[in-house]
Design a protein around this ligand. Structure first.
Ligand code: PMP
Length: 404
């Protein structure tokens, strides 16, 4: 049984006030809030078994190593990877993408093509542009339509035997569009291209099955799914992770080092140079446990109800336009008020205790498509309520009155 009031008690931050008003936190697509269970895992780590991992013979080091590796197993199970060494612990989505892009620099040849989508976050555009500069590969873009959905017929036209890689986000952070990644992966594989899916926005809402998807790489950040910042994961098929050269050199990632030659450690350590975010990794595991205990089916159903309710209520406001109207959408509403800059609305909403994101959301090409400087983005999580949406609607109406 999904009881939002019980769930809200797990999140201490939801009790606080902002500018004298109860906090309404609608910036979940930027980062989610942290339940007590995850905070406890962090406190427990630093209180009882803080130590460096994989190299100590002493008890604390072994306890920390066990917990860290248990977290990797939780991530493996959650994403249904075949083997735990296919899970690389990263500092987040951006790190995972850069790791793969860097590795492909040595595998691509001049004239090879890589495909991204018009719906990407900057972190899924810039690394590929850098890769193209280094390798001479050419970047192609799957266009989007007015609903904020990808034009799949154009994707089919872009694919050829020259395509080596395709990079698409599972869900757009700016508009909430859920991309047809199954189809994207299948079609890419038909021409022999590898696929990386940026799951940063999907993982708070769905439980991806990397084997069922047959995806080559999948990346995510813990901080969008009730975990801490500075930690994330990269799933890579073993065959690909073996093929890619290491991203960074350092301790932990070597088998043997002499001044003449270094050999690299086996997976996953080959990609995990240096002391990792040990506490963060363990807390990521706790966050996965927390979300699974609630259940992703229940989370998705509830968030969809919030999305439908908020969309209907906001559209009652004259002059309010929503960007991203695809039916395949998660609980993100990007909108503007006619004649008013999104930043001004966001500032006034904050004064009323409501946290939203304003701006281009690190997805400038999407804003260029709609010819706008940015949007106001309200993104809902499973701990938000209809009452909070009512508060948002009232606050937007007030802001409109004050600014027009
Ligand atoms: N891709 C998408 C779709 C995102 O929403 C984000 C975070 N806003 C990122 C990548 C980058 O994630 P991180 O900053 O955690 O590396």
């Amino acid at each position: 049984m999904f009881n939002v009031e019980t769930i809200r008690k797990d999140f201490p931050i939801l009790q606080r006030k902002v500018n004298g008003k109860p906090l309404v936190y609608f910036d979940n697509a930027a980062t989610s809030q942290t339940p007590q269970q995850v905070i406890d895992a962090i406190v427990e780590y630093y209180s009882y078994y803080n130590a460096n991992i994989h190299r100590g013979v002493h008890t604390l080091s072994q306890e920390a190593t066990d917990k860290y590796e248990q977290a990797r197993l939780k991530i493996q199970k959650h994403f249904n990877a075949k083997a735990s060494h296919e899970i690389i612990m990263t500092s987040g989505t951006t790190h995972g993408i850069n790791l793969v892009a860097n590795g492909f620099a040595s595998l691509l040849e001049k004239g090879d093509e890589i495909i991204v989508s018009a719906l990407e976050h900057h972190s899924n555009i810039v690394p590929w542009q850098m890769l193209c500069e280094r390798s001479g590969a050419i970047l192609k873009v799957i266009p989007m339509n007015d609903e904020g959905a990808l034009v799949m017929s154009a994707y089919a036209d872009l694919l050829s035997e020259k395509t080596k890689l395709v990079f698409v986000n599972h869900i757009s952070n700016a508009l909430g569009t859920i991309n047809p990644i199954e189809e994207i992966i299948q079609q890419a594989h038909a021409v022999g291209a590898a696929v990386l899916i940026d799951g940063a926005q999907a993982c708070p809402h769905v439980k991806p099955d990397v084997q069922a998807l047959d995806v080559d790489f999948y990346v995510a950040s813990a901080h969008k799914m009730c975990g801490p910042t500075g930690v994330g994961m990269l799933y890579g098929k073993e065959e690909w992770l073996k093929k890619l050269p290491p991203y960074q050199g350092g301790g932990e990632m070597i088998a043997e080092v002499t001044f003449e030659k270094t050999t690299y450690a086996d997976l996953p350590h080959k990609f995990e140079a240096g002391t990792p975010n040990i506490c963060g990794g363990i807390a990521f595991g706790a966050a996965i446990d927390y979300m699974n205990a609630i259940g992703f089916d229940k989370i998705a159903t509830y968030e969809h109800e919030l999305l439908d309710y908020a969309t209907a209520q906001l559209l009652n406001i004259p002059g309010l336009k929503i960007y991203g109207t695809s039916k395949q959408k998660t609980s993100v509403i990007s909108f503007n008020l006619a004649g008013i800059h999104p930043y001004d609305v966001g500032t006034l909403l904050d004064k009323m205790g409501i946290a939203v994101r304003t701006g281009h959301h690190c997805a400038q090409p999407i804003m260029d498509y709609f010819k706008i400087p940015g949007t106001i983005r309200a993104s809902f999580a499973f701990y938000n309520t209809r009452d909070e949406i009512d508060a948002l609607v009232t606050a937007v109406q007030k802001a409109q009155l004050m600014l027009s």
